[in-house]
Design a protein around this ligand. Structure first.
Ligand code: ADQ
Length: 578
């Protein structure tokens, strides 16, 4: 039986399978790995002065956990930078918050190369590899360049942006090209899959086949929507736990004369917390009869606190919460209770059950598991009401919720009122429809359908082959990579791992380059001080390599300061934009 190798940015294996503080996704992946005697590989969360390429390997519960430490610069450029300051805001439709820097892209490529470098030695030929999320889009390409022929699947937990947004990203084509090194691409919903297909047809002139396969860059991959769910059975047990009973009693006792409205989110601009607070303000303002009769509890765990935008949002939320409480609060009533900390799943389950309204109003969300957890925690005889944003992936499935536009405070305020006054039969009817969906499309369905689709994938017709390296002179190296610019850059780093900061850039070789195909090459040499320098070149036409590089020797070009692109006589706009 082949093993399943799961790769994610961070690895968080629960110490014991019943641990209540571990998130639903972790539990699901842990169970899948146990079933397939798998390996879970990712960043340890720790830093090291110099990347070693060595994995820390341990066994727990039949699963091999392998982690690597990253350098502080990696964490800054790859995790805080490209992943969370470029891809996360962009994929959540916030180009206003997207801050692209070339160093971020380099850090992202470097860390993916480092992941691949370590991972390749752990993978056996018949393993299936399942890569998770936007941090690791180039990973399959990196692994293919190292000769891995395994089936590799990718699941995107967040939305796929509309084509017009994605094209604002420098090198968007290279990013998407890297996805075509996978065998299977999974999205949370049909909407995100449609957006991906839209990019393939409109931007790449690619082809959507009727059988779930998509072609571009001379390659064909399988694509599909695999909506993630929660572990409904496990959650039902948690709801009955003593800890859940205790938190339920506490929440119910505190709000004995009041209805509880509840939200649970990581602090993130995509979750629409500021808009939600404003909607609650609107509700209290326009429905004074509900003042002192409701309490809104927002549990908001701090996340990504090293990214400035996340620090700003926290400050603003503190301010809005304070203003609401100052405007409406009384001696014995705090209208909005806002708590910044993490709770165990059992504790949360009890509070969910005590809440008459679950407010889940993200501005954009791949799926949203809180919506599902809230429903799963309800008392079937007297369930609460889910108010759900139409922009959460979950809204595609959870049509019996009160669906709202989170940008409209009136719309959300109306839904709060409707939920609070909804007759019990309607609440039960809606809850039963929602609960049926949660039980049917639970986390095992998600996991099993993805793994089955990966197993059934047709082998790639055009595997990405390794870059070829040819020495072009005493000090020069020429690299040709069928994987495009990223392939060239990755190989550059491997050639010169300790000195990658001398990497100069990528340029298109003008007509005259001595190349028979339409693929990039890379050149490197040493400067007068003996430091190694690199010029990567992506050519389009034919001619001598040196001639193609402006008719100057590679060494001379590479030594040119400050930008080799300038030495090639190409404007910055041409660089890497093929
Ligand atoms: P997230 O953006 O993190 O996940 P979500 O799906 O809501 O969003 O999952 C959050 C999880 O963290 C839930 O299980 C929730 O219970 C837990 N959580 C949140 N706040 C907590 C707190 N204060 N204490 C304890 N637990 C807390 C990403 C995507 C989502 C997608 C998931 C899974 O952004 O769209 O649904 O991955 O694919």
């Amino acid at each position: 039986m082949s093993r399943l190798v799961v790769v994610s940015n961070r690895v968080a294996m629960p110490d014991n399978a019943g641990s209540a503080s571990v998130g639903g996704l972790t539990m699901a992946l842990a169970a899948a790995l146990q079933q397939y005697r798998g390996v879970w590989f990712g960043w340890s969360g720790d830093t090291t002065p110099t990347f070693t390429g060595e994995a820390h390997v341990r066994e727990t519960g039949g699963v091999t956990i392998a982690t690597i430490d990253l350098e502080a610069q990696d964490v800054q450029e790859y995790y805080n930078g490209y992943a969370n300051t470029v891809l996360w805001p962009l994929f959540h439709y916030r180009i206003d918050l997207t801050e692209y820097e070339r160093a971020f892209g380099e850090g992202y490529a470097r860390v993916n190369s480092r992941f691949a470098e370590t991972l390749q030695s752990l993978v056996r030929p018949d393993d299936m590899i399942w890569v998770h999320d936007y941090h690791l889009i180039p990973l399959a390409q990196e692994l293919r360049q190292r000769g891995l022929k395994n089936r590799i699947g990718f699941f995107l937990h967040i939305p796929w942006p509309a084509c017009q947004l994605l094209t604002t990203l420098p090198q968007h084509q290279e990013l998407v090209e890297a996805l075509f090194a996978f065998d299977l691409l999974g999205f949370q919903t049909q909407d995100w899959l449609n957006a991906f297909n839209g990019y393939v047809t409109d931007e790449l002139d690619g082809k959507i086949h009727g059988d779930g396969y998509v072609s571009a860059f001379g390659r064909t991959v399988r694509v599909g929507a695999f909506p993630i769910g929660i572990d409904a059975d496990n959650f039902a047990q948690i709801v009955q736990s003593p800890a859940a009973a205790k938190s339920y009693d506490q929440a119910a006792a505190t709000n004995v004369y009041r209805d509880l409205i509840m939200g649970v989110d990581r602090i993130d601009y995509s979750k629409g917390l500021e808009e939600r607070f404003a909607a609650y303000d609107q509700f209290l303002q326009t429905h004074p009869e509900f003042r002192e009769r409701v309490t809104y509890l927002q549990i908001a765990q701090t996340s990504r606190s090293e990214v400035e935008t996340y620090q700003d949002i926290r400050t603003r939320l503190d301010g809005v919460a304070g203003r609401i409480n100052a405007a409406y609060g009384t001696l014995d009533w705090t209208p909005l209770r806002y708590v910044n900390r993490a709770y165990g799943r059992d504790f949360l389950a009890g509070v969910y059950r005590a809440a008459k309204i679950g407010l889940v109003t993200p501005l954009r969300d791949g799926m949203n598991l809180v919506a599902k957890e809230y429903v799963a925690a309800q008392n079937p005889r007297n369930p609460g009401v889910l108010v759900l944003s139409r922009f959460a992936g979950a809204a595609r499935q959870m049509k019996a919720a009160l669906i709202v536009n989170p940008y409209s405070r009136e719309d959300v305020a109306d839904a709060i009122k409707r939920g609070l006054t909804m007759p019990q039969p309607e609440r039960r009817q809606r809850w039963e429809a929602l609960m049926t969906g949660i039980e049917t499309d639970d986390v095992s369905t998600w996991r099993d359908s993805f793994v089955a689709a990966l197993k059934a994938c047709r082998p790639q017709a055009h595997p990405v082959s390794a870059p070829t390296i040819a020495t072009a002179g005493a000090n020069e190296t020429v690299i040709r990579s069928p994987a495009g610019r990223r392939g060239v850059e990755a190989q550059a780093r491997r050639c010169d791992a300790g000195h990658h900061r001398n990497f100069v850039g990528v340029a298109n070789i003008p007509a005259g380059a001595d190349r028979a195909d339409d693929r990039p090459i890379f050149a490197a040499d040493k400067d007068a001080a003996g430091r190694r320098r690199h010029v990567a070149a992506a050519h389009r036409e034919q001619g001598g390599v040196e001639e193609g590089l402006g008719g100057r020797p590679l060494g001379e070009l590479a030594a040119a300061e400050p930008h080799a692109e300038g030495a090639l006589g190409l404007g910055g706009g041409d660089v890497g934009s093929e």
